[in-house]
Design a protein around this ligand. Structure first.
Ligand SMILES: [Zn+2]
Ligand SMILES: [Zn+2]
Length: 264
C-alpha cells in the first residue's frame, strides 16, 4: 500500500515535471504522444510554412512573383541570404511568446526542429563553419535567464554537428525596443549595437546567424555587417518565423501589428 502511494506520488511528480512536454506548445491541449513540432494537429494546420515563393534575399514569403521583397529592394543587405520556416502569424507568435516571455525554455527544442528542417532544405550544400545566435545584452540575458536564439541554435548545432559560438558577436548596448519603432528607425536603432569579440576567429569563415523572428531584417543585416567587416567569407541567416507584407489600400506594408512584442 505504502509502496503504491509512493509510486503514485512519484508519478505525479514526474508528470508535473514533464507534462508540459506532451502538451501542444501553442494551445496547451494534451497530446497522446510528443510531436516533432510540439503542436496538436489543429495548431499545426494554422502554421503557414514559407515554402518556395519567398524573397530570394531575406526569405520572407512573397505574395507576388518578384524576386525580392520591398525591404530588400530598398535596403542594402549585408547577409548573403536568409531563410525562415514559417510566417509570423498568430500561431507562430504564440509559440515565440512562450519561449521569449513565458519562460518556456524547452520550446527551443521544438523551434529547432523547424529550423533544422529548413536548414536541410537550404543549407545542406553550404559549408557553414560556425553558428551564431543573435546575442542579447548581458542585462537582458540575465533577466530572461537564457537567450532564446542561443537555445535554438545549440540544438541545431548539436543535430548537425556544426560548432556554435555564442560569444563571438556581442551586443554592446541595449538599443530601444525595436517594437516601438518604424522600419527606418529600426535600421538606425541597430547601428553600432553589435561587435565582434575575436576578429581572428572570423576571417575567411562562413557563418549562419540564428534568430527566432525576422521582421525588417535589420538585426540580421547589422550582425552580418560586423562579421563581413571582420573579413568573414559568407554570412547567412535562418530564423523560425518572418513577417510578411500585406496590402493596405493599394500599398504593400509589413504587418505592423506583429511588431508589438519584438523586444530583443
Ligand atoms: Zn494546439
Ligand atoms: Zn526580402
Amino acid at each position: 500500500m505504502k509502496k503504491d502511494k509512493l509510486k503514485s506520488g512519484f508519478m505525479k511528480m514526474l508528470k508535473e515535471i514533464f507534462v508540459d512536454k506532451y502538451n501542444c506548445i501553442a494551445c496547451d491541449t494534451e497530446l497522446c504522444e510528443p510531436t516533432r513540432y510540439g503542436l496538436c494537429d489543429k495548431c499545426y494546420g494554422k502554421l503557414e510554412f514559407t515554402g518556395d515563393n519567398i524573397c530570394k534575399k531575406c526569405g520572407r514569403i512573397q505574395n507576388n512573383e518578384a524576386d525580392f521583397c520591398l525591404t530588400c529592394q530598398e535596403h542594402a543587405r549585408e547577409f548573403d541570404f536568409s531563410r525562415s520556416c514559417v510566417v509570423y502569424n498568430d500561431i507562430a507568435k504564440d509559440i515565440v511568446r512562450g519561449i521569449k516571455f513565458g519562460h518556456k525554455k524547452y520550446f527551443g527544442k521544438y523551434l529547432a526542429a523547424y529550423i533544422t528542417d529548413r536548414y536541410d532544405k537550404d543549407f545542406s550544400s553550404v559549408s557553414i563553419d560556425c553558428i551564431i545566435p543573435v546575442p542579447l545584452t548581458r542585462k537582458r540575458r540575465k533577466e530572461r535567464g537564457y537567450n532564446q536564439s542561443e537555445v535554438i541554435a545549440k540544438h541545431l548545432a548539436e543535430e548537425r554537428g556544426i560548432p556554435m559560438d555564442a560569444s563571438l558577436v556581442v551586443k554592446i548596448k541595449d538599443n530601444k525596443e525595436q517594437a516601438k519603432l518604424t522600419g527606418k528607425e529600426r535600421e538606425q536603432n541597430v547601428l553600432g549595437v553589435y561587435e565582434v569579440s575575436r576578429k581572428d576567429d572570423v576571417k575567411g569563415k562562413t557563418f549562419l546567424i540564428i534568430d527566432d523572428v525576422m521582421t525588417t531584417g535589420s538585426t540580421l543585416s547589422e550582425i552580418a555587417g560586423v562579421l563581413k567587416k571582420a573579413k568573414a567569407k559568407e554570412v547567412f541567416g535562418l530564423t523560425f518565423a518572418s513577417t510578411r507584407y500585406k496590402l493596405q489600400g493599394e500599398n504593400l506594408v509589413l504587418e505592423e501589428e506583429y511588431y508589438e512584442d519584438q523586444m530583443v
